[in-house]
Design a protein around this ligand. Structure first.
Ligand code: DGP
Length: 112
């Protein structure tokens, strides 16, 4: 499968890894939108959050268990934001589900 994030997880493309476990990989966004901008992804290919099912949701649980650990390691003691873009209208540019972890400053109130 020709998937950029699968290649990053496999180590075929370098990334600034910040966390890894059996199900989860996290790395710094190449185009950071905040002082801390980490992408948290399942190692298994799931195209978007629209494709979460009972069969693959263990990876989602693992992602949300990893996020507080990553946030703490990044020093985000005052809060942060998690965003996942889905499909065309959601402006999802990489079709491997990923959760943007943004923080390190007061983020804008606007969501859209
Ligand atoms: P989205 O627009 O939600 O699909 O976000 C995709 C993000 O992926 C975007 O913020 C930039 C990031 N990105 C794209 N290519 C690379 C890459 O090769 N390496 C890293 N670290 N991030 C990438």
């Amino acid at each position: 499968m020709d998937c950029l994030f699968c290649k990053i997880i496999a180590g075929e493309i370098p990334s600034g890894k910040v966390y890894e476990d059996e199900l989860v990989y996290a790395f710094r966004d190449i185009n950071p939108q905040a002082p801390v901008h980490v992408l948290v992804v399942p190692k298994a290919h799931i195209a978007s959050a629209d494709e979460i099912t009972a069969d693959n949701s263990a990876a989602v649980a693992a992602i949300f268990a990893a996020i507080p650990k990553i946030a703490a390691a990044e020093g985000l003691t005052n809060g942060y934001r998690i965003i996942t873009n889905i499909g065309e209208d959601g402006c999802q540019s990489v079709r491997h589900m990923h959760f943007h972890l943004l923080g390190g400053k007061k983020l804008p109130e606007s969501m859209a």
